[in-house]
Design a protein around this ligand. Structure first.
Ligand code: SAH
Ligand code: SF4
Ligand code: F3S
Length: 437
């Protein structure tokens, strides 16, 4: 190999799985002599790991390519690659629409990257968007770094068979597939050896996890909890229909499993849920939440909501507000419906944008109120906080509560990676503050 390292700049959009994939791609390219840089200005290779979930997310990619183009005029050797869900969804179209792009790779083909670099060096513009039969994680090197941040993502499941009428994920990530539990255990142990104390298991439908030997997510969680030094386990994102009794019990029985559940429902009207192809009713969802709360009364609940789905009336929207009032969320994400090409709902007549954004405001006002109430209820309590990184002020550290709150405190020293008891004294909009006890 040549004597000097080449520089790689990766920009990650979208969900946590993209964050994890970017790390794995970075390790794969490290094997090819690439070191990471935090600016595109001195990069030899720029990779945009993209998201296709809403129109805005997808369009961001083209504006970013437009911003990067002048760099290429100055440095003809610079190469630009597009990875992620836009790459998968648009493929060839990107190469046609953006001549500055040299490579396009979909999420199931990342193990092909090194070979694609060779093709690029020969002057090709390689495109890989097949769904290969082999498991990319068998071929991608593990993330190797001396010391890692205390909290890490670990993809255990990928893809989706649910086909919600609004969603591109089944098309961009492919069919549901679960990594073998042994492989996950190995990776988790390696992470712990590198200083990780909290692992968030990732999957588009993580609770549908079932490996070839029939190991379920609940069983995987119980096995992971046995790893010495792995103090905290989380998982995201779950689908209501895959929330089985054993997983609910795990929330009561496994202390390392954090009291937090992200369980999107999208809407509270059965008519809209049917149009969305969610395959459950609002009442079934609320009943499920009750079972989860029986197992773990203090659990923090989080959700995703879409307003302005085709056909949504004011009455339907009210049903969503009613559901939110009934569940009482600790935190939530909400979006105006964005029609996505190729999805079943794309052709349906949609709600006027000003009506949809007005509904979003009302919905977010309610969710913000609930979030603030949940945070305020923490004041005066002592919470175990995982210290993740130094804060902005000297001596300050930022950590995470079991309920996924960011917590600021004066630690006096860098105690990254430790779990300490913190007495919560105040809440801001999105963060708590407290003092060491
Ligand atoms: N697998 C996860 C994540 C899907 S994407 C899940 O099932 O929840 C994250 C969220 O984006 C979804 O839950 C949904 O609320 C939102 N979303 C997906 N497609 C959308 C669209 N076309 N318009 C608006 N929001 C969308
Ligand atoms: Fe998309 Fe629905 Fe699958 Fe979630 S469950 S990834 S919203 S199709
Ligand atoms: Fe976006 Fe793909 Fe994740 S569309 S949300 S990056 S699965």
């Amino acid at each position: 190999m040549s004597g000097h390292d080449k520089k790689l700049f990766v920009k990650t959009y979208g969900c946590q799985m993209n964050v994890y994939d970017s790390e794995r791609m970075t390790s794969a390219l490290a094997g090819r002599g690439y070191v990471t840089t935090d600016t595109p200005d001195d990069a030899d290779l720029i990779l945009l790991n993209t998201c296709h979930i809403r129109e805005k997310a997808a369009e961001k990619v083209y504006s970013e390519i437009g911003r990067l183009k002048p760099l290429k005029a100055d440095r003809p050797d610079l190469r630009i690659g597009i990875a992620g869900c836009v790459a998968q969804a648009e493929g060839e179209v990107i190469l046609d629409r953006a001549p500055a792009v040299d490579l396009v790779v979909g999420p199931q083909s990342y193990h092909r990257l090194p070979e694609m670099l060779d093709r690029m060096a020969r002057g090709e513009r390689p495109l890989e968007t097949d769904f290969p039969v082999e498991d990319k994680f068998d071929h991608l090197p593990a993330v190797k770094r001396g010391r890692r941040a205390p909290s890490a993502f670990l993809t255990v499941q990928e893809g989706c068979d649910k086909f919600c009428a609004f969603c591109v994920v089944p098309y961009t990530r492919g069919a549901e597939a679960s990594r073998p539990a042994d492989q996950v255990m190995r990776e988790a142990r390696d992470m712990v050896a590198q200083g990780v104390v909290e692992v968030t298991l990732l999957g588009q439908n993580v609770n549908a996890y079932r490996d070839a030997d029939g190991v379920t997510l609940a069983q995987l969680v119980r096995r992971l909890a046995e790893i010495d030094g792995l103090d905290r386990i989380r998982y995201t994102t779950s689908h209501p229909n895959d929330m089985d009794a054993d997983l609910i019990s795990a929330h009561a029985e496994v202390p390392a499993l954090m009291p937090y559940l992200h369980l999107p429902v999208q809407a509270g009207s059965d008519r809209v849920l049917k149009g969305m192809n969610r395959k459950h009713t609002a009442a079934e969802y609320v009943a499920l939440i009750e079972r989860v709360r029986t197992a773990r009364p203090d659990i923090a609940l989080s959700g995703d909501f879409i307003v302005g789905f085709p056909g949504e009336t004011e009455e339907d929207f009210q049903a969503t507000l009613d559901l939110i009032a009934a569940v009482n969320y600790a935190q939530a994400y909400s979006f105006v419906y964005s029609p996505r090409p190729g999805t079943p709902a794309a052709g349906r007549s949609f709600v006027a944008p000003e009506v949809a954004s007005e509904r979003l405001q009302r919905l977010q006002a309610l969710l913000t109120e609930q979030q603030y109430a949940f945070q305020s209820a923490m004041i005066g309590r002592v919470l175990p906080v995982l210290l993740e990184k130094p804060g902005r002020l000297p001596g300050q550290m930022v950590g995470k509560s079991p309920y996924l709150h960011a917590v600021h405190l004066d630690a006096g020293a860098d105690m990254t990676g430790r779990i300490v008891d913190v007495s919560i004294t105040a809440t801001g909009r999105n963060t708590l503050s407290g003092v060491l006890v």
